[in-house]
Design a protein around this ligand. Structure first.
Ligand code: 2E6
Ligand code: F3S
Length: 326
C-alpha cells in the first residue's frame, strides 16, 4: 500500500465513496472563448509568430497551449518587431497602448472582452459629462490599468472601504463610479454603499460593470458550497475571477483550494471529505477541469454530478479581418 492509498477513504460496496458536484455554470465565458479564437484564427490566417500583449487570458494551460502553436506573449510592445501582428488581451488596453502599437506600425487585433469595452465607453462618456470617476478594482490588474487609462487625468482607484474613507476630492466634485468586471459581487455592494454615503449624488453605470459570467459563477458557488465539504477551484493564481470564487467558498465556511494542473491536487485535502465541489474560473478550459476530476477520481471512487444552474448562451462576434474564408 502506498502513502496515497493509506490516506484515502475506503470504497463502499457500490464502488463510490462520495461525490464530485460540479458548479453550473463554471469555466469559459463568452469573452474568453472569443479571445482565444482570435489568437487561433490569427495563427491560422497569418502564420506564426503572432504577438499577444499580456497573457490572452489569465490561465497557464491556455497560454502554454497557444505558445506551442506559435503565439508569442509579450508585456512591452517594444518586443514586437515593426510591422508584425499584435493582439491585445481580453483584459483591454489604454488608448496610450493603442497609440504606441499604431506608431510601431503593428497590425492590431483587439481581443478586449466587449464587456470591458463597455466600461471603457462608459468612462469616456462620464468624463465628457464632466464627472470625476472613482474606479473600484484591484491595483496593478491589467483591466484596471486599461480602464483607468481611458481617463488618466480624472480617475481614482479604490480597492476597499478604507480607500473610500480616505478619498479626498475637491469640494463640489461631481462624481461617478465604475468597477472592474471580475470583482466580488458582495464586497463591491459594500464599497458602493460607502461611496453613496460619502457622495450621495454619485452617478452609477446604467447596468452593473461586474459581468454576467462573474455574477453567475459566484451565484453557482453560493448554491454549491452548502452542499459540499471542500471546494476545488480550477484557475491560475493571477486570475481575478478565479480568486474571487475561492474567497467566496471560504467566506461561506468551506475550505477551498485553487489548482491549474492535476499534479497540484494533494490527496490529504480529500481525507474524510464525502462531497467535493468543483468550479472553474472564466479563463479555465473544461478539458483542464476534466483532467482534474479524473485525478480526484483516481484518489478514490466517486460519482460526478452537475448541479442545477444557469445555462449561458452569450456569444460575441469576432473582429473583422479574421475570417478564414477570405
Ligand atoms: C478579461 C476580463 C475579465 O484576472 P481576470 O479574472 O480579470 O481575467 P481572466 O483572464 O482570468 O478571466 C477572463 C477575463 C478576461 N475576465
Ligand atoms: Fe468578459 Fe466577463 Fe469573461 S468581462 S472576458 S465575460 S469574465
Amino acid at each position: 500500500m502506498n502513502q496515497t492509498d493509506q490516506l484515502l477513504p475506503k470504497a463502499s460496496s457500490d464502488g463510490a465513496t462520495g461525490e464530485i458536484l460540479l458548479a453550473q455554470p463554471r469555466g469559459f465565458c463568452a469573452g474568453v472563448d472569443r479571445a482565444i479564437t482570435i489568437v487561433e484564427q490569427a495563427l491560422q490566417k497569418f502564420g506564426a509568430p503572432i504577438y499577444v500583449r499580456h497573457e490572452i487570458v489569465h490561465n497557464a494551460y491556455v497560454v502554454n497551449d497557444l505558445r506551442s502553436k506559435g503565439a508569442v506573449f509579450i508585456d512591452d510592445l517594444k518586443d514586437v518587431p515593426f510591422g508584425n501582428t499584435v493582439i491585445f488581451s481580453a483584459h483591454g488596453v489604454s488608448p496610450a497602448i493603442k497609440q504606441e502599437a499604431e506608431e510601431r506600425g503593428l497590425k492590431i487585433f483587439d481581443a478586449t472582452c466587449p464587456l470591458v469595452t463597455k466600461v471603457h465607453v462608459e468612462v469616456g462618456k462620464m468624463r465628457r459629462d464632466g464627472l470625476h470617476i472613482i474606479m473600484i478594482g484591484h491595483r496593478g490588474h491589467p483591466e484596471v490599468e486599461g480602464t483607468m487609462g481611458q481617463a488618466p487625468d480624472g480617475i481614482e482607484l479604490v480597492e476597499n472601504i478604507q480607500d473610500v474613507e480616505s478619498l479626498s476630492l475637491p469640494a463640489n466634485s461631481k462624481v461617478a463610479y465604475v468597477t472592474q468586471t471580475t470583482l466580488s459581487v458582495d464586497e463591491t455592494k459594500e464599497i458602493v454603499e460607502a461611496l453613496k454615503k460619502k457622495f450621495p449624488e454619485i452617478a452609477q453605470p446604467k447596468k452593473q460593470d461586474i459581468c454576467y459570467a462573474t455574477q453567475n459563477r459566484q451565484d453557482a458557488v453560493k448554491f454549491m458550497a452548502p452542499q459540499v465539504d471542500i471546494v476545488i477551484v480550477v484557475g491560475s493564481p493571477n486570475s481575478s475571477n478565479s480568486n474571487r470564487l475561492k474567497e467566496l467558498s471560504e467566506k461561506l465556511g468551506v475550505i477551498s483550494y485553487m489548482v491549474d494542473h492535476p499534479s497540484q491536487l494533494n490527496p490529504e485535502w480529500f481525507l474524510g471529505k464525502k462531497r467535493i465541489g468543483l468550479t472553474a474560473g472564466a479563463s479555465a478550459p473544461e478539458s483542464l477541469a476534466q483532467s482534474i476530476i479524473e485525478r480526484i477520481k483516481e484518489m478514490g471512487p466517486r460519482s460526478v454530478r452537475v448541479l442545477d444552474g444557469i445555462i449561458e448562451n452569450t456569444e460575441f462576434p469576432l473582429p473583422k479581418g479574421l475570417s478564414l474564408k477570405s
